[in-house]
Design a protein around this ligand. Structure first.
Ligand SMILES: NC(=O)c1ccc[n+]([C@@H]2O[C@H](COP(=O)([O-])OP(=O)(O)OC[C@H]3O[C@@H](n4cnc5c(N)ncnc54)[C@H](O)[C@@H]3O)[C@@H](O)[C@H]2O)c1
Length: 371
């Protein structure tokens, strides 16, 4: 079987490529080696010599055409994820690329039997809540005037009651930024055009993925990178809001298994699946665990910073994937140990949080509450 993995030089794509090669499949990689993950266009990690590498963009018809030769199955993971306000770029890389893939497959000139595309938990936006009086609802983004008052809770718009977060299942989405809207559109293209042209297709919505091999240069790669690079440089972790936000975290090995399961299961066709850690963990608990693993007793601080459009709590319900026979197997602590071990093996790691904080403050994405 021959697979094409777009974004195969990146964090999730390279782990998937390794697994496919180990089980004896042929792999082609289509990747444009984007900054900052691959500085100066040099792969962050060496590319596997036994995979065919096409250096090109998923926005380029010719690059797709070269990469799709002889391919049976496609994992489309190349994507743009950031907090930058370059809205159109999200749609160009995440959405238009997917339309281009189906445009090519619809010609019937390629023998692709199945496509799995990478989506995101971000598609749930401010996510699912339950009001004690009015029941379940998908929350709207919290107003800036509320956040300015250090009031972080999600409230019911009908009665103003503080509402309880509940795990988000695949049924209801509420994307509210350019990244998540571009991913929702990618899913619609995948399911609708896949079905119309009889190309088996599925989407996977990752929660926050952890593991070795994740670029610490990617400003979007989340709290673990930020806490670890702060603490390895002798500084306490910085948490946004009050650190009570709930998230779920999933290890790269579990993500790779889930990707393969969705690809191999006809029961997954034309559906979207959450891939998450199945555990509610607050951001400050994550900081404390990182501190324990590093062992420097630096702790964390909450200096009153918040990100515009950030989600208060979001945790994915993974029961649909469990019904296919998957469960997360790597604990959060093991995942953190793996990441810190890998980061420490690189040598001196810069405090990338402090660098990205300045950029985000300049762009108005990261704000500080007034006293
Ligand atoms: N890592 C996570 O926690 C997470 C969470 C939710 C969703 N996702 C999604 O999963 C996918 C993979 O994420 P990742 O963590 O491996 O990211 P990554 O940044 O490590 O890898 C992405 C790869 O895509 C390549 N790429 C970017 N633009 C391209 C283009 N125009 N043409 C060809 N290649 C291009 C990059 O060079 C990079 O190698 C992305 O679509 C991302 O949106 C990731």
């Amino acid at each position: 079987m021959k697979y094409l993995v777009t974004g195969g030089a990146g964090f999730i794509g390279s782990a998937l490529t390794k697994q496919l090669l180990e089980r004896g499949d042929d792999v082609a990689i289509l990747d444009s080696l984007e900054h900052p993950v691959h500085p100066n266009g040099v792969p962050f990690k060496p590319l596997p010599p036994d995979a065919m590498f096409v250096h090109g963009s998923v926005t380029d018809r010719d690059a797709w055409t070269r990469a799709l030769q002889g391919v049976d199955r496609v994992f489309h993971l190349a994507g743009y994820a950031d907090y930058q306000p370059d809205f159109s770029h999200f749609f160009e890389i995440n959405t238009t690329s997917t339309a281009l893939l189906y445009e090519l497959l619809a010609t019937g000139e390629f023998g692709v039997e199945k496509v799995v595309v990478a989506s995101s938990q971000a598609i749930y936006g401010e996510a699912a809540y339950e009001c004690p009086t009015h029941g379940k609802f998908m929350a709207e983004p919290r107003p800036l005037t509320q956040l300015e008052l250090h009031n972080w809770d999600v409230i019911c718009t009908r009665c103003g009651a503080v509402s309880k977060p509940i795990a988000s299942n695949e049924e209801h989405v509420a994307p509210h930024n350019s990244y998540s809207i571009s991913k929702y559109a990618l899913e619609m293209i995948t399911h609708r055009l896949g079905k119309r042209y009889d190309i088996a297709s599925a989407a996977v919505r990752y929660s926050i993925v952890h593991g070795s091999g994740q670029s610490f240069l990617n400003a979007y790669s989340g709290a673990l990178r930020s806490f670890a690079t702060r603490m390895l440089n002798g500084n306490p972790a910085v948490v946004f809001e009050d650190g009570e936000q709930f998230r779920d975290y999933v290890n790269i090995a579990d993500v790779t298994r889930a990707n393969l399961l969705v690809m191999d299961s006809p029961a997954a066709d034309y559906r979207s699946f959450n891939i998450g850690g199945n555990q509610w963990v607050s951001v400050k608990e994550l900081a404390e665990l990182v501190d324990t693993v590093i062992g420097n007793n630096l702790g964390w601080e909450a200096p009153g910073l918040y990100r515009v459009g950030d989600t208060r709590h979001v945790v994915s319900d993974v029961s649909n994937l469990q019904a296919l026979g998957w469960n997360p197997e790597v604990s959060l602590r093991e995942s953190i140990e793996e990441y810190i071990g890998w980061l420490s093996s690189i040598g001196d790691v810069p405090d990338t949080f402090t660098q990205s904080q300045k950029v985000m403050e300049r762009l108005g994405v990261l704000r500080r509450v007034s006293d």
